[in-house]
Write a protein that binds this ligand. Sequence first.
Ligand code: AMP
Ligand code: GLY
Length: 426
Amino acid sequence: MNVLIIGSGAREHALAWAAAESDRVEVVFVAPGNGGTALMGGKVRNVPLKAVAIDELLAFARDNNVDLTIIGSEQPLELGIVDLFRSAGRHVVGPTQAAARLESSKVFSKEFMQRHSIPTAGYHVFRDFHSAASCFELPETLYPQVIKASGLCAGKGVFIALDRQEALKAIRELFEDRIFGDAADEVVIEDFLQGQEASVFVLTDGTCYRLFLPAQDHKRIGNGDTGKNTGGMGAYAPAPLVTPEVLQKVEERIIRPTLKGMRDEGYPYTGFLYVGLMIDKGEPSVVEYNARLGDPETQVVLPLVKSDFIAALQASVDGTLGEVPFEMHRKSAATVVIASGGYPDHYETGREITIAEEVAEMDNCLVFHAGTSCKEGRLTTAGGRVFSVTALGENLKESIDLAYLAVKKIGFEGAYYRTDIGAKAL
Ligand code: AMP
Ligand code: GLY
């Protein structure tokens, strides 16, 4: 079969790698892909179409006998790519536009959780500056307060305000300076949750679901979880924080009610569901849903899938997910992101990259590219997050050590990475 993967990050490189591993796959197209997917060779080919060019992507799928399309990033989901492909009779992994509102509208997702008694932070919705500001005039308001643009903001639409001044600044930027445009027409203000974060991903056909190993991201730029929020600087799995008891609560109180609620309301959820959790004293609540796999968590959870991943995806599309195996390796994985100096603020691109030859020979090590470009055999940086270097080990320590061994063999001017990925789980 032929597979099409849509997106351009390290997550999509990992998806392409997993698809190429499957015996049933002949060709893996990646649109638009990156320097890493360009260099894979064999079954894998880049297609110069943007992830948001959904009509062109449909035409490409038709003209190239694509049997299964996998949506990596959120923008095409919000544009309704799954509805479009399905209406043309094509198999696609992802939620419909209506179901993807669990990610694309925080107002929808908060109201949905409230309707279905799914644990999450208490909240209010505001549609203008003055009514939002009034909530910071109350003497009983406790800080921090969490302020979120409702729409998609590439992970940047969340402010944690430590006092009234910061809160007012955030809502001014959202409502008056309109830094995120229409995505902040509605703003959610919610209580701050204490605890530790973890990510649980499921693959679902709408009714049946399968779990990946729980992972933990590292969202801040600096060691010790300091500095600005980023798209994610590293991850590991399985996360010991998500004990079997916690996972059981997550399934009972969050995953099952979410899938049932979406069915009952008339927009069954299919594809990957990302449940971002805060776990406090063993009690999980939802920080956010995403309608796709996480990045960089995918780069650790996918290499730990033992079963044929593409067979499971096909079964999720056919509604037979309950009939295929979905087993995990009994190993650990860690991934370290190498970013361009300056990220998540201003950074330069076009820097020449060198990767020591022995990296390709390293067992249990996978170098996933994110922001790279490969032209005439020359590899250069092309984004903020440049690589996600994954290693597998018998335990977490082994996987972390191996990942850093490989990271040190990859170089470009201004390269930056955190040196404490996974440390808090050791
Ligand atoms: P989100 O885009 O909703 O995942 O938020 C980005 C990050 O902000 C999360 O990963 C958390 O670190 C933090 N965050 C969001 N909501 C809350 C909350 N209610 N309490 C504490 N931290 C939060
Ligand atoms: N790792 C966070 C995300 O993918 O949204």
